[in-house]
Ligand binder design. Structure first.
Ligand SMILES: Cc1cc2nc3c(=O)[nH]c(=O)nc-3n(C[C@H](O)[C@H](O)[C@H](O)COP(=O)(O)OP(=O)(O)OC[C@H]3O[C@@H](n4cnc5c(N)ncnc54)[C@H](O)[C@@H]3O)c2cc1C
Length: 561
């Protein structure tokens, strides 16, 4: 592609591709700069489970869920806990995003050919009061085809642009600086990295073989977050979550390196809320890793008993799948990095899902035949593979055997096996009545009143020591880095805000690099499925803003800082 360029987009992840698609639809010419080889096209979204937050969808209504914009707003506010001056744009982005998720998001995606699995998942259930954090109802809509299925129409649109000469994707182009002219961002310069045949997700070389500088009317930073850079995660780790773990798994590839945030700051952009992060506590080391310290997140149902590294049960409502950051804060206060799920074969079969497109070949491959196997006996094949190969799994016929296996996997930490035994026996005794005082059992029973949970997600409550439900299983869980909730502050048009509180002419940000919009539209906590959705919405907004000459919404952008 030669001649005038309307926009340079840094990053060929979902946000960058969506922005590019909007620009191409408006007849604009774009160049996407991507540090990785072509094999990585789509960035993190390709690996994602494809869970998308929708409000009051037909899928929810068919499952008997009554959702509304007002209820979603209440849940968002309860989770976000906005409390900073820096939240001013983030609050507006949250409102705009909620309206998108409650109205046109699903239709817009369907027009592009995206379809959803009919059973809506219930992520991040909360467990506090009605105005506390968490989803009051199921809202996690899984794309039929998972992450790759969501990416497909946007990849297709950009490839079409390449064929027609209005788009170009320059792989192995790593941006090292933004080019400024009289206070305006007019381009980007950086290093040409040596070509690399690395397969998707594998680290590629960083050998510099040349330089480049490109100019355009607009520059979009869509470079993702910081989750692959454990040094940065540790440096920005907030005190409210205790000390960062000495040992963490990485839930994202190495290219999620956070470099562009500093580079954008160097050009005058405001990076805010960098201490807000979304990391999981249900990480297991991938027995077949792609990237360094590759971890997979278990998306758990609510029935496993959760113990800290010494054998103390986690307090209510820190049940599996209820409160990600509450659990993280609690576990960080225990002084140990890992924790344990205790469960049965019957629970693992129904309640363990693994996040990631490659861990869900049935949904990713859109295979009804494979999907039906989920409903049949046995755990999904990828879960069984972990059970067989992963050193984090202990499978045993008796409690004594189980405890010995657990102890051997953390030899330096005394495990209070008497306490674990007492908890398990108490759990089993509590099942004698259909009511009781154990909040987790009450929560399990309540969950099964939602047809989706009863059908595929929550095992029938049963005694853990029931031989027919066995064998017993313990899973050693690690902290897994994933998402950055803060980032480059943007106004509602997606224009990057500078240190003086005004937009920097020529500079835009989208996706995780922009805290999914406004520099942190989630506030402190997320409702899940809002990250892919945040890339769609912020990428679309930025594309439309540039295509219409600088203002998609026409909202004033001057704010105090
Ligand atoms: C396993 C997994 C499961 C997930 N599941 C879900 C889910 O179910 N629901 C949900 O909502 N979210 C999910 N997510 C999160 C979601 O996928 C990401 O937050 C989102 O895809 C981020 O997209 P992005 O475009 O902002 O950034 P990225 O996908 O990180 O893309 C940024 C691109 O920019 C490039 N880049 C960075 N710096 C430079 C530079 N200096 N020069 C040139 N190029 C650069 C990178 O190489 C990368 O390709 C999941 C993520 C993972 C990894």
């Amino acid at each position: 592609m030669t001649g005038h360029v309307d926009a340079l987009i840094i990053g060929a992840g979902l946000a960058g591709l969506v922005a590019a698609g909007e620009l191409l639809d408006a007849g604009k010419r774009v160049i996407i700069l991507e540090q990785e080889p072509e094999s990585n096209l789509g960035g993190q979204a390709w690996w994602s489970f494809g869970g998308v937050f929708l409000v009051n969808s037909p899928e929810q209504r068919r499952m008997g869920v009554r959702d509304s914009h007002a209820l979603a707003r209440q849940d968002w506010q309860g989770s976000a806990g906005f409390d900073r001056v820096d939240d001013s744009w983030a609050r507006d982005w949250a409102e705009a995003y909620l309206a998108f998720a409650a109205t046109e998001k699903r239709d817009w995606l369907r027009e592009k050919g995206v379809r959803f699995f009919p059973v809506v998942g219930w992520a991040e259930r909360g467990g506090y009061g009605a105005i506390g954090p968490g989803n009051s109802v199921p809202r996690f809509h899984i794309v039929w085809g998972t992450g790759p299925g969501l990416l497909a129409p946007f990849v297709h649109r950009v490839r079409q642009g390449v064929r027609r000469g209005s788009a170009d994707i320059r792989y192995r182009h790593r941006v090292d600086a933004l080019v400024l002219d009289d206070g305006r961002v007019v381009g980007a310069r950086g290093s040409l990295l040596r070509p690399d045949n690395a397969k998707r997700g594998f680290a590629s070389n960083r050998e510099v073989v040349g330089e480049f500088e490109l100019r355009a009317d607009a520059v979009v930073v869509a470079s993702g977050g910081i989750g692959g850079n454990q040094d940065l995660v540790r440096a920005w780790w907030p005190g409210r979550l205790g000390r960062p773990p000495a040992h963490m798994l990485s839930g994202v590839p190495a290219h999620v390196d956070g470099r562009m945030l500093q580079i954008s700051e160097n050009a005058g952009a405001r990076v805010v809320n960098r201490d807000r992060m979304w990391h999981y506590t249900e990480g297991i080391a991938n027995w077949d890793p792609v990237w360094a310290r590759h971890g997979i997140r278990i998306l758990p149902g609510p029935s496993s008993l959760w113990f800290d590294a010494t054998g103390r049960r986690l307090p209510a409502p820190l049940f599996p799948g209820y409160d990600t950051l509450g659990t993280l804060a609690h576990l960080r206060s225990t002084g140990h990095d890992h924790s344990w799920f205790l469960l049965t074969q019957r629970i693992i079969e129904k309640e363990f899902a693994l996040s990631g497109s490659e861990q869900n070949p049935d949904l990713t491959g859109r295979s009804l035949f494979e999907l039906l196997r989920r409903l049949g006996p046995g755990a999904p094949r990828p879960v069984e593979a972990f059970k067989r190969h992963s050193p984090d799994f202990v499978v045993a016929a008796t409690l004594d055997e189980l405890f010995a296996g657990m102890q051997s996997r953390s030899p330096g930490i005394a495990l209070d096996v008497a306490n674990i035994r007492r908890e398990i026996e108490a759990h089993d005794r509590a099942l004698d009545n259909r009511y009781g005082k154990d909040a987790q059992i009450t929560a399990m029973r309540a969950a099964r009143r939602y047809p989706g949970d009863r059908l595929i997600r929550v095992a029938k409550p049963h005694r853990l020591l029931d031989k027919g439900a066995g064998p017993l299983i313990a899973v050693k869980l690690h902290v897994l880095t994933r998402k950055s909730l803060g980032g480059i502050q943007t106004d509602l048009d997606g224009r990057a805000i500078g240190v003086h509180g005004r937009p920097i002419p020529g500079l835009y940000a989208a996706g995780e690099a922009a805290g999914f919009g406004g520099g942190g539209m989630h506030g402190y906590r997320a409702l899940e499925g809002t990250f892919l959705g945040g890339c769609l919405f912020s990428g679309r907004t930025v594309g439309r803003t540039i295509a219409t000459g600088g203002h998609a919404t026409g909202r004033a952008s001057m704010r105090g800082v």
